[in-house]
Design a protein. Sequence first.
Length: 108
Amino acid sequence: MRKIIILLLVLLPAHAFAVTGNQLKELCNSDNPPEILQCGYYVKGAFQSHLLIQKTEDFKSHFCAPENATVGQVVAVVREYMDATPEKLPESAALLVWESAIKAFPCE
């Protein structure tokens, strides 16, 4: 089984795992608890990836979220942004997470 998983990881293109805004919105608006958790984990990962990149020397932060921002608050921001910009839903969900954070948490 392990060999099959490794083979799939090597052979499948990275874009096969890409999540669109439409897919993320479906997860975030679900009544199914596992899908709601998937939404939270995805948003948290995309959000934290920006924070990690921000730690590099030459990266200028595009948003400045409060240190105490919760995953629930960030998911609410993302859901609001997706509702307000339905034309962007076919795009990358990670990009939508970043764009929503830029709008909601501008740097001063």
